[in-house]
Ligand binder design. Sequence first.
Ligand code: ZN
Ligand code: ZN
Length: 173
Amino acid sequence: MKIPLSRIDTIPRETRFAETVDIVREEASVAVRFPSPVQVDVTYYRSGREIFFHGRLKGEAEAECSRCLEDCGFVVEKSFDFVLTPDPLPTNKNMELTADEMGLSFYTGEDIDLSPFVREQTLLALPLRPLCSENCRGLCPDCGAELNRTTCGCTSPGDPRMAVFRNLRLDRS
Ligand SMILES: [Zn+2]
Ligand SMILES: [Zn+2]
């Protein structure tokens, strides 16, 4: 989604659009898919040279449940705010660095491409560990049986509050 700078005024405008998002979150080795586009509602306006955005996104995602490894669907929703300032002179490297350290985002050219921001905000909205359900019982750590569908003879039921330890998959890398 691109918004021409000429459309951005001191009077706030509201727009709604759908953005196709592809996300593979490497660090958690969980691939999250968005079978349909993410819906974005955003209000924007200019104040001086800065452009302010305020909005909300909502999408339906699919991922592997981190306990039972079944594919599951869940809703991703988030509100967001950000401010864009004009790109500093490209020749001035020092200035760029400083602005980067301050966490500022820039705009250049004739229009503003919101797609990278939508992707970034969608990434921030993803659950750390997707679950098919809060009560997902996961896999038996001993025999691998899918405990949502079956029971196995390996482990005594034990204290349900300890289930989180039984289902924990530690990353030892
Ligand atoms: Zn599950
Ligand atoms: Zn078992």
